[in-house]
Ligand binder design. Structure first.
Ligand SMILES: Cc1cc2nc3c(=O)[nH]c(=O)nc-3n(C[C@H](O)[C@H](O)[C@H](O)COP(=O)(O)OP(=O)(O)OC[C@H]3O[C@@H](n4cnc5c(N)ncnc54)[C@H](O)[C@@H]3O)c2cc1C
Length: 476
């Protein structure tokens, strides 16, 4: 491929896509004094603000208010809680997007020194990008084009007016009967929220368990919580075909619906903007192939966020965005590489599921020997008064207190995980966590308690009998 490298450049950096990854990349570049252009073809803020984290968490919040109101009977609320008008929940979703929108707006980014262009970017050479036809030259490019929903090849699906995480937010009310295909984080979060808002929800999962990335105990726990909220969960279920009003299942049964949501995963957006012409490869997972420093085969072209993977989280996208921007602008100096080993991940069901590092399944698959320390919230005072089920499980290497992974199922588990994440990053083991003081009664005490369990299991057995003798002797 012969491309002519320009002798002068219009820009230090062009960032394609103004989602979680691209926004951070552009901001960091502007802060570092670079001349940077950020191109967005659709809506500033990308998936997270418009169709992902923000609307889903707003819907989950509204649904929790309803669930809590229903639970208030146990606290002596007299009389039944009335019917729910879910239009208010969807109004809350739109209000949340509007409230957070200014953080990601064209105005804000222009005021911070970023040249924002609304249009479709096409990479025409390793050093040039055409924005709706108008070409700019640049020293470096960051590709942050995100991901889009996967639509499985099921007979009839294409004609069934199905929704995805991108189109779902056009709804103004929860449908009476909702079918959801896919029991991953998005499917589970939506199933519980819609059920609480009054939909009769059927969650259809092809695999044997919900949340297949998690350990068996977690999948079973989430299933139990979803069913307690009225969700009908079908696992090991195949959909043979889809009509406009029902799923025809492999076992000849059917699932009638008023709306169908397809949430079977999202695939990197890599086509139609010039990568193929530059010979930039994709991985087996369909993401853009990058080095540990986030470079593609063209060293001045970086790829970040959902487009590059391996994660599909806003915080991972943001971290990759700033690292790629720094690498792109100071190429040749010590370069940044994300640590993919300790990325926190949260599924925002109620209770939340928060995970970091290895799961038991991953450890077994990789032949890594681990000790699992379990602490159930049934023993935690705060969880007892709140009537909150859950647990924390921590994986350590045998005989050592170094944390290899942790999963927490609890209210605000995502927040609790921050302490474990910091410990892992800073090399603080369970002994160090045990020594830290937490306010009573808080959920964070569960972290100290699991560390205490580990200590009990690893007490110095040879010393203890001597200590007992010493104390006996001191009695006189
Ligand atoms: C329902 C749902 C809930 C989620 N909840 C969470 C959560 O709670 N926590 C979490 O961490 N993550 C969550 N995620 C994932 C999170 O939204 C993504 O990981 C994150 O938004 C990825 O950011 P990104 O910048 O890589 O891509 P995106 O945000 O998708 O941004 C890519 C942008 O690039 C633009 N673009 C693409 N091609 C071009 C082009 N050629 N020219 C110009 N612009 C282009 C697109 O229009 C888009 O705006 C959720 C996702 C979904 C679907």
């Amino acid at each position: 491929m012969a491309f002519q490298r320009p002798r002068r450049f219009d820009r230090n950096l062009i960032v394609i896509g103004a989602g979680s990854a691209g926004l951070v990349a552009a901001l960091v570049a502007a802060k570092l004094g670079a001349k940077v252009t950020l191109v967005e073809a659709n809506a500033m803020g990308g998936d997270c603000l418009n169709t992902g984290c923000v609307p889903s968490k707003a819907l989950i919040h509204a649904a929790k208010l309803v669930a809590d109101a229903r639970g208030a009977e146990r606290a002596g609320l007299l009389g039944p809680v009335g019917p729910v008008d879910s239009a208010a929940a969807f109004a809350h979703v739109r209000a949340a997007i509007e409230a957070i929108g200014p953080h990601d707006s064209v105005e804000r980014y222009r005021s911070l020194g970023v040249d924002v262009r609304l249009g479709h970017a096409h990479i025409t050479s390793p050093w040039t990008v055409a924005i709706d036809g108008a070409e700019l030259s640049t020293r470096a490019i960051v590709v942050a084009t995100g991901a889009e929903p996967v639509v499985p090849d099921i007979p009839g699906l294409a004609d069934s007016f199905f929704l995805t995480s991108e189109t779902l937010w056009r709804l103004h009310r929860a449908p009476a009967r909702l079918a959801i295909l896919g029991g991953g984080p998005v499917g589970c979060e939506l199933a519980q929220a819609f059920s609480r808002l009054g939909s009769a929800v059927t969650l259809v999962q092809r695999g044997a368990r919900l949340l297949p990335r998690e350990d068996d105990a977690v999948s079973a726990f989430v299933r139990e919580r979803l069913e307690a909220d009225g969700v009908r969960v079908l696992t090991g279920a195949t959909v043979a075909s889809v009509t406009r009003s029902e799923l025809r299942m492999g076992d000849e049964s059917s699932v009638p619906f008023d709306s169908l949501v397809v949430a079977v995963g999202r695939k990197a957006r890599t086509a139609g903007f010039g990568l193929e012409e530059l010979g930039i490869n994709r991985t087996e997972a369909g993401t853009i192939a990058v080095t540990a420093y986030l470079q593609t085969r063209w060293k001045n072209i970086y790829a970040v966020g959902d487009a590059a993977g391996p994660f599909q989280y806003t915080h991972a996208a943001g971290q990759q965005g700033w690292m790629a921007a720094v690498n792109a602008l100071f190429w040749g100096l010590p370069r940044l590489r994300p640590d993919n080993g300790a990325i926190p991940a949260v599924t925002f069901t109620d209770p939340e599921i928060a995970r970091i590092g290895l799961t038991e399944r991953e450890a077994a698959a990789r032949g890594v020997k681990v000790v699992v320390t379990h602490y159930g919230l049934a023993d935690l005072d705060r969880a007892i008064v709140d009537e909150a089920p859950g647990f924390i499980r921590v994986l350590t290497a045998p005989g050592r207190d170094r944390i290899l992974g942790a999963t927490i199922a609890a209210p605000r588990a995502g927040d609790m995980l921050a302490e474990v994440a910091l410990a892992m990053r800073r090399g603080i083991g369970l002994k160090g966590l045990f020594g830290s003081l937490r306010a009573y009664p808080t959920y964070s005490e569960a972290v100290g308690a699991v560390a205490g369990r580990w200590r009990e299991g690893n007490a110095p057995t040879r010393v203890l009998p001597w200590l007992a003798r010493l104390h006996a002797w001191r009695l006189g």
